[in-house]
Design a protein around this ligand. Structure first.
Ligand code: CP
Ligand code: NVA
Length: 308
């Protein structure tokens, strides 16, 4: 059975810690001019049903820096589930590449790929989770604050894929996570049930009042109000989410040294103001940069079994 990276609920605390340590070590190596070709001759396949800048480019750069190469699979040519079944696609692509990162509309698609593939499958974002983003975010918080444990992390907005992965990552690394979401946009019941089964002692805190939620926050995080695939709901969501905009007034209730994070892409004037996104508390570019180092660590973990 290959190792997969589908969602953080399936990753042990030990493995998550090893991955972050490896990502930090790789970043230090890179900054010191050391770049061993650990994955020389290995190939990463990239299959994206939705657009991407960060995930696609950081994965391509990650495998290249490790000495391997990437093949981008055009979703129209591949015709996943249309031209051929997911099972046949997964079994065939496993003959050509060593690892596949997939961004799909439905999380069930990634799970089915993992069931049929004989190579590791990486979730490069699904409707349910975005584990690579959350792990790079943990790395970023640790880099800026020294530790994640005990940090109050408040996600303001939709209980979406990014929020769910952050909630799980927070539980794994000992952060105090709060979701500030409008009624009806909190975490879905199936996620709550699976979270509670994995972390019986960890509360999954939700607060509908964003001002109360951000009080004492060390990290304030937001994401778009309508995710990819929800474009039809964008206008209706805008009306509901306006009180959840992260602006200077809301941030003034957080700790004075609180940082602002956003997975990007961002919509200035919607979920975040220009002043906050481009202001001194914002660490969104460091966050995006760390995607590269986390993904280098992930590829090594999946392909070279390398943990330091
Ligand atoms: N944050 C993130 O995953 O960005 P992309 O959608 O550009 O990959
Ligand atoms: N929640 C967003 C994240 C984009 C990186 C989406 O799924 O579109």
């Amino acid at each position: 059975m290959p190792r997969h990276f589908l969602e953080l609920l399936g990753i042990s605390e030990h493995d998550a810690r090893c991955l972050i340590n490896q990502a930090i070590a790789i970043k230090q190596d890179e900054q010191g001019g050391r770049r061993p070709p650990i994955l020389s001759g290995r190939t990463l396949g990239l299959l994206f049903e939705k657009p991407s800048l960060r995930t696609r480019v950081s994965f391509e750069a990650a495998i290249a820096r490790l000495g391997g190469n990437a093949i981008f699979l055009n979703r129209i040519d591949v015709g996943l589930g249309v031209r051929e079944s997911l099972m046949d696609f997964a079994r065939v692509v496993s003959q050509y590449v060593d690892v596949l990162a997939a961004r799909t509309f439905s999380h069930a698609t990634i799970e089915e790929l993992a069931r049929s593939a004989t190579i590791p499958i990486v979730n490069a974002l699904s409707d349910a989770s975005h584990p690579c983003q959350a792990m790079a975010d943990i790395m970023t918080i640790e880099e800026l604050r020294g530790t994640v444990s005990g940090t109050k992390l408040v996600f303001v907005g939709d209980g979406n894929n990014v929020a769910r992965s952050l909630a799980v990552a927070s539980a794994i690394f000992g952060a105090w996570f709060v979701l500030a979401a409008p009624v009806g946009y909190e975490f879905p019941p199936d996620f709550r049930a699976r979270f509670s089964a994995r972390f019986p002692a960890a509360p999954l805190l939700v607060e509908s009042n964003p001002v109360l939620a951000v009080q004492g926050a060390d990290v304030v995080y937001t994401d778009v109000w309508a995710s990819m695939g929800q474009e039809d709901e964008a206008e209706a969501r805008r009306a509901v989410f306006i009180p959840y905009q992260v602006n200077e007034a809301l941030l003034s209730h957080a700790n004075p040294d609180a940082i602002f994070l956003h997975c990007l892409p961002a919509h200035r004037g919607e979920e975040v103001t220009r002043e906050v996104l481009d202001g001194p508390r914002s660490q969104v570019i460091l966050q995006a940069a760390n995607r590269l180092y986390f993904e280098m660590a992930l590829l090594v973990w999946l392909l070279a079994d390398g943990t330091r």
